[in-house]
Design a protein around this ligand. Structure first.
Ligand code: AKG
Ligand code: FE2
Length: 504
């Protein structure tokens, strides 16, 4: 049966976050009455919805929640033994020797400040972020790294942060958390922003105590992801995903393959024309997705793209001039990527019916309505009333020559104070070739119970990798840190898709 988003009970209405107590934390997992499991999602009792099994109800004291909800569904990492289907307590969590952290910078002053990375004490300074008043920013960093905060206008140095193991939160607060002091100095609107950040830090204390992780998002503004997240309960867990977008076996003539589709997706006629190039032996495409990591959630999907589809993208690549890669980011933090030596370009979904078809298959993979991955007309779907803009980016096409790499980074960014706090939610990588040596995608902060090595995923033609940059509770996943290892021999071609939450 083709899984369609509209009919499924797993579509989580997480907009009313934690308004009711649905789960209680006892010794183990006690599913609340309003929930059903992923396996039973098609037969959920009336009035129940699928909810991630790792969400637990956390009390937020009134001093922190102010007028917001006093209940929060927090993500708790599974026990490592359960990641191997072993009895609880047999294995203990192993961290790799990689000590990099995400450093979130928080400006709790009414001035715009800049942040420089100081390469050596007193030495070269490299600009990293511009922080608006009462706003955040951030970057992947290492313990011992030093960052200098300075006044944007006067250039006066204000503070130095030294990154410490296990700490991701770095604040510049001229009022030292004393509300009465801030009240004397700030206007009423600025005071509201100051309180927002102050409450967020207090929320972090509660969250960290409850989950063992720091809260990198913004409490009261960032809610749980509204889109489906596949469970990864144990290594090797598989999900079979069915898609009507079967493999193209043969490439249509280039005149046809070049026809652009509209921003609203391909037409029925355009799609019909593609049918005769598809694999006649596939009625439905069954994609086998396997969990290769539980923390963070990383999945491999072999043969996601057919050879013909890979060729279509590579053909395209030969006609595009790739530019020097930059890291994405909000205007405030966008810089030329120092850790990134690859070259890249962008392919819009409208490029061809074939690319449109790949987006539809990706929508099935993610269990997100394909209409959300493009512009929409009228009320085509009621899932995202706030916006008609695609939640997916154009495909990023990346080329790594021998020696090139992309050092460890996160795909999420700290949003400005904008409503809904949109940022990247899921990343799907598609490998287009196989370097002779090197070029693996690595996850150096994964947690497991058996090995000290970092997780490495080897490129294979047509294979896709899905990972989430956010946790089921809306926090950013620090452990989604990843890198492209240097290509040691040969070259590497990759394309990837980024999907945002809650909108872009
Ligand atoms: O090339 C890879 O394996 C990963 C690429 C990546 O992480 C990115 O482009 O953000
Ligand atoms: Fe990335």
């Amino acid at each position: 049966v083709f899984l369609s988003q509209q009919n499924d009970c797993h579509v989580s209405a997480s907009t009313s976050l934690a308004t009711e107590e649905r789960i209680s934390v006892t010794d183990g997992i006690e599913a609340g009455s309003g929930t059903c499991t992923w396996e039973d999602r098609h037969t959920c009792k009336e009035g129940t919805t699928y909810q991630d099994s790792r969400l637990f109800s956390m009390d937020v004291p009134p001093s922190v929640s102010r007028k917001l909800n006093s209940k929060f569904l927090a993500y708790i990492e599974p026990d490592v033994s359960s990641m191997y289907n072993e009895t609880k307590g047999i294995l203990s969590p192993i961290e790799t020797s990689f000590k990099g952290v995400f450093a979130k910078f928080i400006n709790m002053s009414p001035k715009r400040v800049k942040v420089d990375w100081e390469q050596t004490p007193g030495g070269m300074r490299v600009f990293t972020s511009l922080l608006d008043k009462f706003s955040g920013g951030g970057t992947a960093s290492f313990p011992g790294h030093r960052f200098i905060v300075y006044d944007e206008q006067t250039g006066e140095d204000l503070l130095t942060w030294e990154i410490r193991i296990g700490n991701s939160l770095y604040t510049y607060d001229p009022y030292h958390g004393v509300e009465t002091l801030a009240e004397e100095m700030l206007s009423e609107t600025d005071m509201q922003l100051y309180r927002l950040q102050l409450d967020n830090l207090k929320f972090n204390d509660v969250y960290q105590e409850f989950t063992g992780r720091q809260w990198l998002a913004l409490y009261g503004m960032k809610e749980a992801p509204r889109y489906h997240m596949w469970p990864a309960d144990f290594f090797g867990q598989t999900h079979v995903i069915e898609s009507r977008e079967t493999h193209l076996l043969e490439l249509p003539p280039s005149s046809f393959a070049k026809v652009r589709t509209s921003p609203y997706g391909s037409t029925v006629q355009e799609r019909e024309k593609l049918e005769k190039y598809r694999d006649p032996n596939q009625k439905i495409l069954a994609l086998n997705m396997t969990a290769v990591s539980v923390i963070p959630r990383v999945f491999e999907i072999p043969n996601f793209l057919s050879k013909a589809e890979v060729d279509h993208i590579l053909d395209l690549a030969s006609g595009i001039r790739l530019g020097e890669s930059t890291t994405g980011g909000n205007a405030a933090s966008s810089t030329k990527a120092s850790g990134r030596t690859s070259r890249n370009s962008w392919i819009p979904r409208t490029h061809s019916t074939i690319i449109d078809s790949i987006y539809r298959r990706a929508a099935d993979l993610l269990q997100i309505d394909e209409a959300l991955l493009r512009s929409r007309v009228g009320n085509e779907t009621n899932l995202l009333p706030e916006s008609k803009v695609a939640i997916a980016e154009r495909l990023q096409l990346v080329h790594y020559a021998e020696g090139q790499q992309y050092t460890p980074h996160h795909d999420f960014m700290i949003p400005s104070l904008s409503k809904g706090q949109p940022t990247r939610f899921a990343t799907v990588l598609f490998y287009l070739n196989e370097p002779e040596m090197g070029g693996e995608t690595s996850f150096p902060r994964w947690l497991n119970g058996k090995e000290h090595k970092i997780l490495q995923v080897t490129p294979e033609v047509g294979k896709a990798v899905l990972f989430y940059n956010q946790l089921p509770d809306g926090n950013y996943d620090e452990r989604s840190l990843h890198s492209a290892k240097a290509v040691l021999k040969g070259e590497k071609w990759l394309t990837n898709l980024w999907v945002w939450d809650p909108y872009k």
